[in-house]
Write a protein that binds this ligand. Structure first.
Ligand SMILES: [Zn+2]
Length: 501
């Protein structure tokens, strides 16, 4: 999932003019909304539709996870804060208004933690102690999956495509039921996909079914052509780094192109560099799209069509992981990458012009400012105010790390030994704490924490703010609190017993 290191110096022009001369944008430029973490308030999602549309985005891949309002026997799958049916209907109408096609994504194999974590569905796990994969051999599994799919399909009446996930099915063909079938994991995987696709097409024959491609990569390349998969699904081939041919060798591409006439590709605009990132690494994501464009220009055969180019924006790496970059902070990355993949070859100045216009920016050194997320205060787009705050948070966190190291980890007068015995000479600490401006940092960071919490309220509900805060801010507040408490305790003593009492 990680991007690789930047391959070149960013003082170079942002792309040489000859790189992508044969690039034609895919008919669908798709923005992935990963709602399994930090689902924004619906008001915010509505607010970003016009800028997505203006930047060339004409489809959304909505990964609802537990934010879909399931009903009946599976109502417990939905989070308490799930969107309502009315909210989704209104959003879909607005997408329609902006000419944005909606492709819902429902996980049906791996990454089903949001279902399988629940006690009532525990018996459907492939491995009892791992809530990630559903067992395809259990008939109840198919009942749950088809119930989820029919409820999602019923609410999305106009859709032409649905994505059924199927990435990272790490535990396959390992439970007693599956192994009884005496088959191999490839066939188990294929059978499950075909069953689900058949189920969807039995009621919605015109709907195209999409899957992530990564499970196919572990097979012998030529095997793909013997699977008949092209009759059931179209693959979304995802790579978030720059080494496309290294991750998927050309021999695989040969069979992908031979077997599937229509393919989809996916890069990332956020959520693929670090599980706990606060801000997206815009330059890495931009490099990722550049690599894709170069690859498409050179290798896609005339008989194949890249139907859609998905820009994924992961909110967390799986249901149990922490939150990574918040969507509002990734708008510059999203728009830059979207403009880039949506246009035939253009000069850097043209893309920058559109960027400045759409995000209402007045940037002097546009490209460098964008990739470093600098000077966003000269822009005006939904969520802009969070970026300077996140940059400030990153600075505070480094400052606190250094402070903690100086005042505790490498402080010869306040080690764990000293603290346990109150064997501290306060004079030494007073000097050190004052020299490092401890109380000033404590006051500023506490005020800043409250400010950031307040600002997030416009975009997120209480539960999301609490989670993000505890994962990314509280740890540093706790460090400061530990230092304060240790220091203040030490002030009350000026006589001591023998050391070893
Ligand atoms: Zn099984």
């Amino acid at each position: 999932m990680y991007l690789t290191k930047l391959p070149r110096d960013y003082n170079e022009p942002y792309y040489p003019q000859t790189y992508f001369k044969n690039y034609n944008p895919a008919p669908l430029r798709v923005v992935h909304l990963d709602l399994k973490g930090a689902p924004p308030k619906m008001s915010y999602l509505k607010e970003i539709l016009p800028i997505i549309s203006a930047s060339g985005g004409n489809a959304l891949l909505i990964e609802y996870e537990d934010m879909f309002p399931y009903e009946g026997l599976i109502r417990n799958v939905s989070a308490v804060k799930a969107y309502s049916r009315n909210q989704i209907n209104e959003f879909l109408s607005l997408c329609d208004y902006y000419g944005i096609e909606v492709i819902p994504l429902v996980q049906t194999f791996g990454h089903m933690e949001f279902v399988l974590k629940l006690q009532e569905f525990q018996h459907l796990r492939e491995l009892n102690d791992n809530p990630q994969e559903i067992c395809p051999s259990n008939s109840d599994s198919l009942k749950i999956i088809s119930e989820m799919l029919s409820q999602v399909l019923a609410l999305h009446k106009k859709i032409k495509r649905i994505h059924i996930g199927c990435d990272e099915v790490f535990n396959l063909n390992v439970c007693a039921n599956c192994m009884k079938l005496n088959t191999n994991s490839r066939d188990v995987f294929l059978d499950h996909i075909k069953t689900i696709s058949r189920g969807i097409k039995s009621t919605h024959p015109k709907i195209t079914v999409l899957i992530w491609d990564d499970m196919l990569r572990s097979w012998p390349a030529s095997y793909i052509d013997s699977t008949n998969l092209n009759k059931y699904v179209e693959p979304v081939i995802w790579i978030y780094g720059t080494e496309i041919k290294k991750l998927i060798p050309l021999s695989y591409w040969y069979w992908y192109f031979k077997h599937f006439q229509n393919i989809w590709i996916a890069g990332a605009f956020k959520g693929a560099t670090n599980e706990m990132a606060i801000l997206p690494n815009v330059s890495l994501h931009f490099e990722n799209q550049k690599s894709w464009l170069k690859f498409i220009s050179k290798h896609v055969k005339p008989q194949n069509t890249v139907v859609g180019y998905v820009l994924t924006g992961w909110s967390r790496y799986d249901h149990f992981a922490s939150l990574c970059e918040l969507l509002p902070t990734a708008i510059p990355s999203l728009i830059l990458n979207l403009l880039f993949i949506s246009s035939t070859f253009k000069q850097q100045e043209d893309v920058m012009l559109s960027y400045n216009e759409i995000l209402k920016c007045n940037l002097k050194n546009s490209f460098h400012d964008i990739i470093q997320l600098k000077n966003t205060e000269y822009c005006s787009f939904p969520g802009q105010e969070l970026i300077p705050l996140m940059l400030k948070l990153i600075n505070y966190r480094s400052e606190i790390k250094i402070l903690f190291e100086r005042l505790y980890e490498t402080n010869s007068w306040m080690t764990s030994f000293h603290l346990k015995r109150f064997y501290i000479n306060p004079i030494k600490l007073k000097l050190l704490f004052s020299k490092n401006q401890f109380y000033k940092i404590l006051k500023n960071f506490s005020q800043f924490s409250s400010e950031i919490e307040l600002k997030l309220k416009k975009y997120y509900d209480k539960e999301t703010i609490e989670e993000w805060f505890q994962e990314h801010v509280e740890f540093y507040l706790n460090k400061l609190e530990f230092l304060r408490e240790s220091f203040e305790k030490s002030l009350y003593r000026n006589t001591w017993q023998h050391k070893k009492i």
